[in-house]
Design a protein around this ligand. Sequence first.
Ligand code: GLY
Ligand code: MN
Ligand code: MN
Length: 461
Amino acid sequence: MFSKETYKARREKLKEQVGHGIILLLGNAESSMNYPDNTYHFRQDSNFLYFFGIDRPGLYAIIDVDTDTDIIFGDDISVEDIIWTGPLQTLNDHAAQAGVLKTSSLISIIDSIDAAVTQKRKIHYLPPYRADNMQKLTGWLHISFELLKASASVELIKAIVAQRSVKSPEEIIEIEKGVNTTIDMQTKAVMLAQDGVSEISIAGIIHGMAVSAGGNLAFPTILTVNGQILHNHLHGNILKNGQMLLCDCGAETAMHYGGDLTRTSPVDEKFTSRQKEIYDIVVQSHEAAIDLLKPGVLFRDVHLHACEKLAEGLKLLGLMKGDVKEAVHQGAHAMFFQCGLGHMLGLDTHDMEDLGEEYVGYTETLQKSTQFGLKSLRLGRKIESGFVLTVEPGIYIIPELIDLWKSEKRFTDFINYEKLETYKDFGGIRIEEDLLITENGSRILGKPFSRDSEKIKSHAM
Ligand code: GLY
Ligand code: MN
Ligand code: MN
């Protein structure tokens, strides 16, 4: 945990911004896998971690803005429990570490909420994403499942997004620790990518590295020779010379701040010339995007610039044609790059996505596009000093998309379908880095880690 002053200051700021009522924050509970006692690994809710730091299942908290009191609800374990688990820190001790002086039993939250409902006080809560917390909220607040998310407090969401978007120096240190472990995992994956090796064996080894570093995976690893499948969590293939391995992985630290990096490497010692040509286009797009990063810039514009760089390279290669800016404006480049350039990063890999992309990545005046490709851009708004975000352009050759658009004669002014047919077995390439936005520009987080097509394999060996 950070010091209790950190958590107290965060809650003070939250109270100031929300202004009135009570704020209800639900921690996560254990979740059973295949029988009650056999649970998934426990992951605390990130908002609960941000304001209280207590990494323990089965807690709720009320921050009473009107009376300026913070209460944590939870139960200490009994001697019967201690037989199985050994003694655990008391709730009072845990709460004190977060600067909270008042605790109460778990069940007593019902009375506290009942009292607030009776007194018609405003109860601010966040959109729940776990079924058990949804069920609890519907019961406590006497609200239907259908209305639950829509009735979440926009004031609370906006106040939390404003705070969590700008990372403090101590948070940046934690994120960078996660990034450095992720770099070790990536280096290992590039090194192990050899003819005859299975995807699952590499995925297992790098998972172990995240755990050994004291944390866990921040998200399920994407490690595949089918890099064109964007969120491919299958690890069923044996690597063969001539293929590429795309590895998108992230370690989170014990405090749950994490990294999110992608490298695509040749299974052979070197890329083939066809692979290198496409890889270098992605590198150029990546570098052009990073060059633009500074406070005040719209991330949507950085995304569009990166798309133009991709289209420029693809045009030189003969896979695209026509006016590059117009091609990107109309969305033709999305044949090759179907997703967004990046997202916020912090306690969550897609930071604060539970609070709603419309608040995290967009504003009232800048709404998300509905155009194919651009509609998958999670972050469009102006970036600020202290933001941590990913930059992750890619080129993905998806045979089904080629067949569909070709049959519909879509963007025939911009896409050279005849040549593209010869690339149908190409796969996909992504390069992803994590960056801190500084006063004047940006800084790539973590220790040096090559993206160079000539060096990526040799540097890892
Ligand atoms: N690892 C998921 C992503 O890059 O968004
Ligand atoms: Mn990623
Ligand atoms: Mn990412």
